[in-house]
Each structure stands twice: as structure tokens, then as C-alpha cells.
Design a protein around this ligand. Structure first.
Ligand SMILES: [Zn+2]
Length: 59
């Protein structure tokens, strides 16, 4: 999955969207269920998506 596809509200550990999460294994947390991201994570992801869009526009 490309970084630009990460949803701002995706799992705080593995970046999978809640609707397709179920149980996943990911370092360093191991098996886990969906966990809501922190506000800081949401902001970082939204900024990353915006940056990607602007880069695409510039070509
Ligand atoms: Zn996860």
C-alpha cells in the first residue's frame, strides 16, 4: 500500500483502515486489534497526504 493511501483515521500501529483491520501482526506490538490513532498521528497523516497531492500537481 502506498503511503498516500493511508487514511488519517487508520490504525495507530499498522495504518490499516478500521473496516479491513480485524487482527493483524505488526512490530513492535504483535497481534492487536484496531486502535484509534492519536491526534498527532491524524495531523501528520493529513499533512503527508496534502504534501503528496501538491507534489503530484507540480509533476
Ligand atoms: Zn493495526
Amino acid at each position: 500500500m502506498a503511503d498516500s493511501a493511508i487514511e488519517p483515521n487508520a490504525c495507530r500501529w499498522c495504518h490499516a483502515p478500521q473496516r479491513e483491520h480485524y487482527q493483524r501482526w505488526k512490530r513492535p506490538v504483535g497481534w492487536h486489534r484496531f486502535a484509534h490513532p492519536t491526534d498527532a498521528q491524524r495531523l501528520t497523516r493529513m499533512r503527508a497526504r496534502r504534501t503528496k497531492k501538491e507534489e503530484a500537481k507540480r509533476g
